[in-house]
Design a binder for this molecule. Structure first.
Ligand code: SAM
Length: 294
């Protein structure tokens, strides 16, 4: 869709709102919230307080998960007739772990212009302050509630190299930490609680330590940041399935049947594991007596 076509239609603004501290609402967010024809809000009572604190009285439309199909239609019609609409969630960036994403997808599918008004996002704020690697990360939202599903879900993330960003409720944080600690007791993690609020807290530690510290009644909002798998190409820490194949890798190389690179590629393809880890294994095999580097 070209800009000319879309300019005759309204713009859907995604307006980030504070995750605790009202001072985090940007001047541009206030300007947009005051200029649009309608604000679609997850909870209109909650958003009305934010509007009154900024002397705004823009029309509000409740946009909750259970009625969003019907509400979509009204919002999209407004946009089609050239009026701007702002979308806000209860806190933070709309569309991140809230029903806003479906509306954005519908607007994009119709070629409508969607424009972000950036601001707070709990996951990004927690990551930035965690001290854990932020060059690569994976936002995974809320984990499954049931124990079996939670364990399988975590196992599926075991080989993720980036930091993991999870949202969790105070009622479930103890269970989630316990299961993650069972799987990866030594991984570093941070529980970020009540960010930007009076009782803001960043608790750092290995998962096993955090699991015992947070096994209690908890209040407030939480983000959990967990470091990803250590990518150690020197071969210090390898996936268990690769560890078991050490003797095979060494034998293949001793036979000189394959180069180190080809051995690694073969192992990686057969086991569906990371090629760099497979190469680390092969290099380790070569470092054993009788081995030889390429
Ligand atoms: N769209 C929001 C965002 O950009 O952060 C997230 C919405 S999600 C429904 C709400 C979850 O975000 C909470 O359950 C909690 O896990 C996390 N959260 C929100 N505010 C927070 C805060 N001040 N401190 C820590 N976590 C927060």
């Amino acid at each position: 869709m070209s800009n000319i076509e879309s300019s005759e239609r309204g713009v859907l603004y995604l307006v980030a709102t504070p995750i605790g501290n009202l001072g985090d609402l940007s001047p541009r967010a206030v300007e947009i919230l005051g200029s649009v024809s309608l604000i679609a809000a997850e909870d209109t009572r909650h958003t009305r307080k934010l509007l009154s604190a900024n002397d705004l009285a823009t029309e509000l439309l409740s946009y909750r998960e259970h009625n969003h199909a019907r509400v979509f239609q009204r919002i999209l019609e407004r946009l089609e007739t050239g009026r701007d609409v702002a979308l806000v969630s209860d806190a933070g960036t709309p569309g991140i772990s809230d029903p806003g994403q479906a509306l954005v997808a519908a607007a994009v599918a119709r070629g409508l212009r969607v424009s972000p008004i950036p601001g707070a996002c709990a996951a990004v704020a927690a990551l930035a302050a965690s001290g854990l690697p932020s060059d690569r990360f994976l936002f995974v939202g809320f984990p499954p509630r049931k124990t079996g599903a939670l364990r399988r879900w975590a196992e599926g993330l075991a080989r993720e190299p980036g930091s993991l960003l999870l949202y969790e409720s105070p009622q479930r944080i103890a269970k989630t930490l316990a299961i993650l600690a069972e799987l990866w007791p030594e991984r570093r993690a941070v529980v970020a609680r009540e960010l930007t609020k009076l009782h803001e807290e960043m608790d750092h530690g290995e998962l096993s330590e955090l699991a015992s510290r947070w096994d209690r009644e908890v209040k407030g909002e939480l983000v959990l940041v967990v470091e990803g798998i250590e990518e150690d190409v020197s071969g210090e820490k390898l996936a268990p399935e690769l560890e078991r194949l050490m003797p095979l890798a060494a034998a293949l190389r001793d036979d000189k049947a394959l180069s180190a690179k080809d051995t690694a590629r073969l192992l990686a393809d057969c086991l569906d594991v990371d090629k760099r880890q497979a190469y680390a294994l092969v290099s380790r095999g070569l470092a054993t007596p009788g081995g030889e580097e390429d």
